[in-house]
Design a protein. Structure first.
Length: 428
């Protein structure tokens, strides 16, 4: 019996390592796309002859359309229970759209092709987060340690991309995106299936419209969406026009790539030690730290700081994005019952990181065109409202689930396994 238990333990450990490896590999692959698309696609759009306003429209439009697309896909994946398969289909669609985008010209063809590409690649992320959190729930894995491989890829492709664009020109951006989409599609077919159900998983983990109703009626969850959306949306000006403004200041694409690398390196460091950080601070303290750092960062950016000051400002990305994202994922994990966790992830992606990012991106075009660097005062104001909203949640949330899923109330009390007990205690 002892030998059998040892075999079972080893098999469980092997399954956990395999799960973590394949999820980490996919994060690394999909961030090949994000790492090149976010900082450099606006340069390609400008090279294609689009105006500042058209660049803002192309960048912002997917954030609005994903309000319908991403939750619909997430609900379908929740019902099917095959998130990995849906990710693979989306990755193939993204590859096809990138191929089309590389060969079209003019505002409308570029807009249509980029919409399909962006919607496919954006919708992948909340599904991937659901797969990763499945590993947290089933195996007690550390979310931050899996997610950091995406950030490491972002650093590598950002730094290499800056040098490549400097030497070859903006035309090279789309061929690189096509190659990144191909790698992502290949990695998608290696994603694991959900882990076996353990004693903590009951029928309450199945999709329920009642849970969706309770989720969207929860005042604290809605304030959470606004707070995270305001802090994330404050990045829109930087994501859309950051590289272009640096170029206008005389900062080369190579230096821009280095600045991005510094930002994401700080983010990686936070992810690597996220378990320890969360034991000390907790999700809402992290959210307050992220919002406070955003207030400082974007106010400072409005003064057109020189290159020497941009590097320490970029370090704040660990908080403005990294801490805010970790806070959101772990708030959902702790505050939202498992039955609605996938839906909550899609709402965070579409409303907080989608709608508000889209509104801010759309506004960034005319603001930047009229104010140049002073346009960063708008993100500063947005981040300040996010800080206020985060403080409201901090004062109101008691740290428990926002409601109890009805099927789980009638289920017998579970006897947690060791990994599940770690998750329940808030430790990855």
């Amino acid at each position: 019996m002892a030998y059998s238990n040892a075999q079972t333990g080893r098999q469980g450990a092997d399954d956990a390592r395999s799960y973590a490896f394949r999820v980490s590999l996919f994060y690394a692959a999909v961030f090949l796309i994000y790492g090149f698309n976010v900082p450099y696609l606006p340069l390609w759009l400008g090279w294609r002859g689009l105006t500042d306003a058209e660049i803002a429209i192309v960048t912002a439009a997917p954030f609005f359309l994903r309000l319908a697309v991403t939750p619909a896909v997430a609900v379908a994946a929740d019902h099917a229970g095959r998130h990995s398969r849906y990710i693979a289909v989306l990755a193939i669609i993204g590859l096809a759209a990138a191929l089309v985008l590389s060969g079209v010209q003019g505002f409308w063809p570029i807009l249509l092709a980029s919409l399909v590409f962006a919607l496919a690649t954006m919708t992948i992320m909340p599904l991937t987060e659901t797969v990763a959190i499945g590993g947290v729930r089933g195996f007690g894995l550390d979310y931050g340690r899996m997610r950091l491989w995406g950030s490491l890829t972002f650093i590598a492709i950002g730094a290499a991309g800056g040098a490549l664009v400097t030497s070859a020109g903006a035309w090279v951006i789309l061929p690189v995106l096509v190659a990144a989409a191909a790698v992502t599609a290949a990695a998608a077919f290696m994603l694991p299936r959900p882990p076996p159900r353990d004693a903590t998983q009951t029928t309450g983990t199945h999709f329920s419209w009642r849970d969706v109703y309770l989720l969207v009626r929860s005042p604290l969850f809605l304030i959470f969406l606004f707070a995270t959306g305001a802090v994330q949306g404050a990045h829109a000006m930087f994501y859309t026009f950051g590289a272009l403004h640096w170029s206008a200041q005389g900062i080369s694409p190579a230096w821009a790539g280095s600045l991005w690398a510094v930002a994401v390196s700080a983010e990686v460091l936070l992810f690597a030690y996220s378990a320890s950080v969360l034991r000390v601070l907790g999700p809402l303290q992290l959210l307050l730290a992220g919002a406070g750092a955003a207030v400082v960062r974007w106010l400072a950016m409005s003064f057109d700081p020189p290159l020497a000051l941009l590097f320490p400002l970029q370090l704040l990305h660990a908080f403005t994005y990294g801490a805010t994202h970790l806070a959101a994922v772990h708030f959902i994990h702790r505050a939202v019952p498992a039955a609605a966790a996938g839906t909550a992830q899609s709402l965070y992606a579409t409303v907080a990181a989608g709608l508000m990012m889209g509104v801010a991106t759309l506004a960034s075009g005319p603001l930047y065109g009229a104010m140049a660097g002073l346009a960063y005062l708008a993100p500063f104001a947005l981040a300040l409202t996010g800080f206020i909203a985060a403080f409201v949640i901090y004062r109101k949330w008691d740290g428990d689930a926002l409601w109890v899923s009805a099927p789980m109330m009638s289920a017998p009390p579970p006897t947690p396994t060791a990994p599940a007990a770690a998750v329940q205690s808030g430790q990855p």
